[in-house]
Design a binder for this molecule. Structure first.
Ligand code: PGA
Length: 255
């Protein structure tokens, strides 16, 4: 199966409008527009619409980092899937470990968010990952199995879901999973998806790796047969580094 690789940048809570414009301008300069890689930048809410305009005419897409599952109403401070869609958003990250850790997001809430995002026509990057303690107590597979079961119900349109395996111990730490560790978990995730949605869906679904992906380690990770792209935090804030990771993704499928 020739899955098109996807490289998504997670800006997290970074960039003012001026900084964002400068970064995007730089990225457009550094990026080869002919690369066969899907590229998404997931910005803070305030930057979705202006960044959508910055990337107009390019193949880059804009994504959000969160949403609320209701379409509208008295939910002070929240943003609905429809609002994201109308702001020019194509993707949304759901289940990032920082949302789980700092904002108490649990499986039930994440399931509602994923369902609402797909209903609104958004593509979802659904993140799973174990903590260091869980890895060290050999609980990785059990944890991921539960995280997937809680959210990915058989009724969901799986063609709109991209998985992201992000070991919590690798996020922002400079310590990434080895290609062997990543491949082992990605193969498990694909098998799990096969069990829920069948072989075709499993074959077509992209599974990204995230956690300290840098220009120096991207090629080895992306060379793994079940690693279909990257979810990049820190390195996506530097145009040159993000562009280098995207080039590594393009080279991975050729090589
Ligand atoms: P990192 O973040 O690349 O800075 O480790 C990845 C993420 O949190 O998605």
């Amino acid at each position: 199966m020739n899955r098109q690789l996807l490289v998504a940048g997670n800006w997290k809570m970074h960039n003012t409008l001026d900084e964002a414009r400068a970064l995007m301008k730089e990225l457009r300069k550094k990026l080869d527009p002919d690369l066969d890689v899907e590229v998404v930048v997931c910005t803070p809410f305030t930057l979705l619409y202006p960044m959508g305009r910055e990337i107009d005419g390019t193949a880059i897409k804009v994504g959000a980092q969160n949403l609320y599952f209701e379409p509208k109403g008295a939910f002070t401070g929240e943003i609905s899937p429809v609002m994201l869609k109308h702001a020019g958003c194509s993707y949304v990250i759901i289940g990032h470990s920082e949302r789980r850790q700092h904002f108490g997001e649990t499986g039930g809430l994440l399931r509602r968010k994923v369902v609402a995002a797909i209903e609104a026509g958004l593509d979802v990057i659904f993140c799973v990952g174990e903590t260091l303690e869980q890895r060290e107590s050999s609980a990785t597979i059990r944890v991921l199995d539960r995280q997937i079961d809680e959210v990915l119900k058989p009724s969901l349109d799986a063609s709109r879901v991209t998985m992201a395996y992000e070991p919590v111990w690798a996020i922002g730490t400079g310590r990434q999973a080895t290609p062997e560790q990543a491949q082992e978990v990605h193969a498990f995730i694909r098998g799990k998806i096969k069990g829920i949605y069948g072989p075709e869906a499993a074959d077509g679904m992209r599974i990204l790796y995230g956690g300290s992906v840098k220009p120096g380690n991207a090629a080895d990770l992306l060379a793994c047969p079940d690693v279909d792209g990257a979810l990049v935090g820190g390195a996506c804030l530097v145009a040159e580094d993000f562009a280098a990771i995207i080039s590594a993704a393009a080279a991975a499928r050729v090589g």
